[in-house]
Structures are given as structure tokens and as C-alpha cells.
Design a protein around this ligand. Structure first.
Ligand code: APR
Length: 237
């Protein structure tokens, strides 16, 4: 699509990951010094870990919620919001991130397939509400009064959110871009294949080659705050 004027027929589907928020000061998961190096994933990001030590899990997400609250959107978030606003066709923005930096940059809508730090979920009745800045173990659900409130985050072994809508968008995509994601976590890592089968041109925009780099048509390397604004400029013409 680059080099041609943007067309209302172009449906751009974008998947973002932790790399897009890295330059806003939020750590990634699998880079050197990433979150999963310091916190064992099975303890803080699985239903079993939560059952074993809910206080530890709540502390982990309280810490991440506090960091995310201090972070500001960067030039990559702003460029994607501009693309969503000014592209004459559809732009579907899917994120694996649980921060709200796409929204803070003005993106709307944003599909949070792995949930959001801002949300609380009752493990008993599935009621959802806004999470307080600090959640405690045994926090009570305002709907059913069970002491089973948890962060509204999709943990390993759980089904990501909005999959029907996402698959629908991918199967109509003409351009697919994966930005700042290592391609190691499914189903998100498989989106490129669905988009490619639908005939979309697939672009990887990442610091390093992802695990699924061979499924993409093009790769753009560099920090997201530089590569994403340049890519969006090229698309909008
Ligand atoms: N600009 C562009 N890319 C970057 C930058 C940057 N400034 N910094 C890091 N990256 C890239 C890294 O090269 C890496 O490939 O971002 C990617 C981050 O990968 P991960 O840490 O694995 O994050 P992500 O792919 O979003 O993880 C997916 O895994 O643990 C789960 O639920 C969690 O949503 C998360 C999912």
C-alpha cells in the first residue's frame, strides 16, 4: 500500500505489544531485564498462581497499575491515533497491552485482547467494574459480594477477549501490521497467518526479528517512536 494514495477500501489491522509502550517507560516481558525475568510468570499470570497466592498477584498488578498511571503515550501511540483518525478506510487497533496509552493518545476504539489494568473482574460471577488503584486479596465483588475480585487481565491458560471480532477484522484486512511484539504468545502470534491468508500485506515493525518474522512480507526495524510515525506518514501520504 505504501506509495499509493490511501483508499477507503483499505482495511488496516494493527496488533501492538509491549514494545510500543517501552519508550513510555513500561517494561516489556521477554527483553533483557523484562518483567518475566523478575516475576515468575506461573506465579503472577496464571489462574493457578492467583489461587495459590492472591496477595502476591494483586501486588504485582498494583505495581504495574501504578507504573502505567505515571506513563505518557509516546510518538508511536500518537501516530497510530492519527492513522485511526485520518485514514479514509477502516483501522482496527488490537493491543495485547493492558495499559491505556493508546486511549491516552486518542485512539478509539482499542481492542484490549489481554484485558486492562483499569478493570476488575469477579472470578465468581464475571461482573466487571473499574479497578481501584490498589486491589487487595479477598476484595469483594460489588455485584455478588464474593471475595473473589481479580484484575481483569487475561492470564496464561485463559481465552483472550474479543476473538470473534478480531478474527472477523483479520479476515477482511488488506494491510496487517504487528508492532512491538515478540510473536511468542498465541493466539496473537498467529494473526499474521490469518491476515496473510486473507490476502493482506503483512508488515512487522519491531526492534528485533520476532518469532514469526518469516510470515511477514516486510520488516521495519528500529525503536517504535521512530519507525511508527514514519510508517504512518508513508501511509497517509
Ligand atoms: N520499539 C519497538 N519494539 C520494541 C521496543 C521499541 N522501543 N522495545 C522492545 N521492542 C520489541 C522487542 O524486540 C520484543 O520483540 O518488543 C517486543 C516485546 O516482546 P514481549 O516482551 O514478548 O511482549 P509482547 O509480545 O507484547 O508479549 C505478549 O505476553 O506475557 C504475555 O500477556 C503478556 O501481552 C503480553 C504477551
Amino acid at each position: 500500500m505504501t506509495g499509493q494514495p490511501p483508499s477507503p477500501a483499505d482495511h488496516i489491522v494493527i496488533l501492538t505489544g509491549a514494545g510500543v509502550s517501552a519508550e513510555s517507560g513500561l517494561g516489556t516481558f521477554r527483553d533483557k531485564g523484562g518483567l518475566w525475568e523478575e516475576y515468575p510468570v506461573e506465579q503472577v499470570a496464571t489462574p493457578e498462581g492467583f489461587a495459590a497466592d492472591p496477595a502476591l498477584v494483586q501486588r504485582f498488578y498494583n505495581m504495574r497499575r501504578a507504573h502505567a498511571a505515571e506513563a505518557q503515550p509516546n510518538d508511536a501511540h500518537h501516530a497510530l491515533a492519527l492513522l485511526q483518525r485520518d485514514h479514509p478506510g477502516r483501522v482496527t487497533l488490537i493491543t495485547q497491552n493492558v495499559d491505556a496509552l493508546h486511549e491516552a493518545a486518542g485512539s478509539d476504539p482499542v481492542i484490549h485482547m489481554h484485558g486492562a489494568l483499569a478493570g476488575a473482574l469477579c472470578a465468581t460471577c464475571d461482573h466487571r467494574w473499574s479497578a481501584p488503584q490498589e486491589m487487595r486479596a479477598g476484595e469483594v465483588c460489588p455485584a455478588c459480594a464474593a471475595p473473589t475480585a481479580r484484575p481483569d487481565i487475561v492470564w496464561f491458560g485463559e481465552m483472550p477477549y474479543h476473538m470473534e471480532e478480531i478474527i472477523g477484522a483479520l479476515s477482511q484486512a488488506t494491510l496487517f501490521a504487528a508492532i512491538g511484539t515478540s510473536g511468542q504468545v498465541y493466539p496473537a502470534a498467529g494473526f499474521v497467518q490469518i491476515a496473510a491468508e486473507a490476502g493482506a500485506h503483512c508488515v512487522e515493525i519491531n526492534l528485533d526479528a520476532s518469532a514469526t518474522v518469516s510470515d511477514f512480507d516486510t520488516a521495519i526495524r528500529g525503536p517504535a517512536t521512530e519507525t511508527v510515525p514514519a510508517w504512518v506518514d508513508g501511509l497517509l501520504g
